[in-house]
Ligand binder design. Structure first.
Ligand code: GUN
Length: 305
């Protein structure tokens, strides 16, 4: 039987709707406008696209967007100075420094300079520690989006076998913590895992976050399992022909081989239109949450882990 498609695009629109409602209430009842500051250093084309999209969606839900674009050769002290300034600015409730940073900047140092209460990416070591110990924290956006989709599809995840393929700090590790928090039995698999197909075949929930196009084939998936595909990879698609400049057209694929996985899985997120749209929606959700916490107000329901 064909898998249920988990429509991340529609679900993200729902999340943005809830965020917009909460923002309107904060403005009407308390005269507070949540604000998100995004810092981009350099001119990486993919980062520019993300930052533009973040700014646009921030404004669309009624929040204030503050964009700071710095030159590629910005000195570390200057960037740290800007972060100090944003930490102290009462109109800024969330701060995001777009990664990757140019090579001369120390990413850990920069991320850990952000006030943890404004760290809407959830990358600060304080937030990592709070999440790991089951305390209230800011939760990284992509894993939060995956968790929301899983809870929406299954209700309770308690007792399920979950395999996270990929051990990054941004997705794999926090995803595993969140699944553990929802009482799954969690395995983190990676490139050195022995018998990866066998490990993945045990899972009721597979979260693939390795950044390798179509790495997980359908015959690794247990019949009826739920597949969450975090990968966004651009590959050549000669079947689509060529561009005006003669280059081969491309298409986006996930870390899972969609057609074969969808034949076996019970539910699956597509690429594009699955996890991707949820990431920015969760960034907006985290910004509202940070704003409520900063002002001692109740947090929106269903928008946090
Ligand atoms: N670059 C790619 N993904 C992300 C993200 O989630 N947050 C930040 N800050 N940079 C990124």
């Amino acid at each position: 039987m064909a898998a249920t498609i988990i429509d991340g695009k529609a679900f993200a629109a729902e999340v943005r709707g809830k965020v917009a409602e909460h923002v309107a209430r904060l403005k009407d009842d308390h005269g507070i406008t949540p604000g998100l500051a995004v810092v981009l250093v350099g001119a990486d084309p993919a980062s520019q696209v993300y930052v533009r999209s973040k700014g646009k969606q921030t404004v669309e839900v009624g929040m204030a967007s503050f964009e700071h674009r710095l030159a590629e050769d910005t000195a570390e002290d200057e960037l740290l100075g800007l972060i100090d300034h944003l930490n102290a600015d009462p109109e800024v409730h969330g701060i995001l420094v777009q990664l990757p940073l140019p090579g001369h900047l120390n990413e850990d140092l920069v991320i850990n300079a952000i006030d943890p209460a404004k760290d809407v990416d959830g990358f600060h070591i304080s937030n990592v520690g709070l999440l790991g110990t089951g305390q209230k924290s800011m939760v990284p956006c992509t894993p939060l989006g995956c968790l929301m989709m899983l809870r929406h599809h299954h209700g309770s995840l308690s007792g399920m076998d979950a395999v996270v393929v990929g051990r990054s700090n941004i997705v794999g590790k926090p995803m595993a913590q969140l699944l553990l928090g929802d009482s799954c039995t969690v395995t983190i698999a990676h490139s050195r895992t022995r018998d990866l197909p066998g490990v993945v075949r045990r899972a009721d929930i597979v979260v693939a976050a390795v950044g390798r196009p179509e790495m997980v084939p359908g015959d690794w998936i247990k019949p009826g399992a739920t597949v969450i595909d975090v990968g966004i990879n651009r590959i050549d698609a000669p079947e689509k022909g060529t561009n005006e400049d003669g280059s081969v057209k491309t298409r986006l694929v996930g870390d899972c081989h969609y057609a074969s996985c969808a034949e076996v899985a019970g539910a699956i997120t597509p690429v594009p239109g699955g996890v991707g749209p949820m990431t920015i929606a969760c960034l907006l959700a985290n910004t509202v949450t940070a704003c409520c916490r900063a002002n001692g107000l109740p947090e929106p329901e269903g928008l946090t882990a």
